[in-house]
Design a protein around this ligand. Structure first.
Ligand code: ZN
Length: 283
């Protein structure tokens, strides 16, 4: 039985910034990795002046699609499925009301499409989103809304019988940016006398409390460079001198070489801590 990891994301760039190092690690280890991206990222502005172009202004969707495929290749994704919905934009902006916006798609129809993909790809591990309190983008909330329903419906023979044979995903994880990770990196930057990009972010986040959920940590120390190269492929969204790249990779390797995950649902036993997301999955 081949091992498969399916990552469900909202926009081009999310696959690189959320769990990208983990995908690189597993794809290198021979796990088949599949990316499902809900939207084309059409609503975001061109944030990097160096990537502004006539084409980017005329057809940002085409440019971001190319960037996505380039990033996916760097991370080692074996397959990329674009669901083709339109980026819904930030709350209370005109893209919210576009007929093709992801938030305006019939949720049952989206769920059925996702169930069909899961039943055909047969992943043991899937990535979805948590409640995203720290970044309430409507498309991210939509991915959150769909994550557990996909996990449940794909396994249920009564649901969507014409969408393939039922498939039980073993574990559903959400890649998370934990506050403790940010604090550790922020402090380590200070100790080296470097400017931390996380100061403002930490002020906006709720204070660290015991409720922080990190169910799994994956050691991606050897894959930080790959994840950054993938993120940098999103030239129209990510400037090469932007905050994402200010923390030296050797510092990350030294103080926090992990990507953090929250377990949203599981059908197998789960041992928390630094480990393998496929732990407990039948060979
Ligand atoms: Zn996004």
């Amino acid at each position: 039985m081949p091992r498969t990891l399916l990552a469900f994301h909202a926009h081009p760039d999310d696959e690189s910034s959320k769990g990208g190092g983990t995908v690189a690690r597993y794809s290198e280890a021979g796990v088949r990795t599949v990316l499902v991206t809900a939207t084309g990222g059409e609503a975001g502005d061109v944030l990097n002046p160096a990537a502004d172009s006539e084409e980017a202004r005329r057809d940002i969707g085409a440019v971001r699609r190319r960037e996505l495929f380039e990033a996916a290749a760097v991370l080692g994704f074996a397959d990329v499925v674009m669901l083709g919905y339109r980026d819904s934009g930030m709350p209370d902006t005109p893209p919210n009301s576009h007929a093709d916006a992801f938030v305006n798609a019939d949720i049952e129809e989206v769920l059925k499409r996702l169930v069909a993909i899961v039943r055909s790809e047969q992943p043991q591990v899937m990535f979805g989103y948590d409640d995203h309190e720290w970044y309430p983008h409507p498309d991210h909330l939509r991915v959150h809304e769909l994550s557990v329903p996909v996990f449940e419906a794909a396994a249920d023979p009564e649901r969507y019988p014409d969408a393939g044979e039922p498939w039980e995903i073993a574990k559903l994880y959400a890649p998370t940016f934990s506050r403790s990770r940010l604090e550790i990196l922020h402090a380590a930057m200070g100790e080296r006398g470097l400017d931390s990009p996380y100061g403002e972010w930490l002020e906006r986040l709720p204070p660290l409390d015991e409720d922080e959920v990190i169910d799994a940590r994956v050691d991606v120390g050897a894959y930080i460079g790959r994840a950054r190269t993938a993120l940098a492929a999103h030239r129209t969204q990510i400037a090469p001198d932007g905050p994402w790249f200010q923390i030296p990779t050797d510092l990350i390797r030294e103080v926090y070489p992990y990507e953090d995950f929250e377990l949203l649902a599981t059908r197998v036993e789960h041992a928390p801590g630094v480990g393998d997301l496929f732990d407990g999955v039948a060979e």
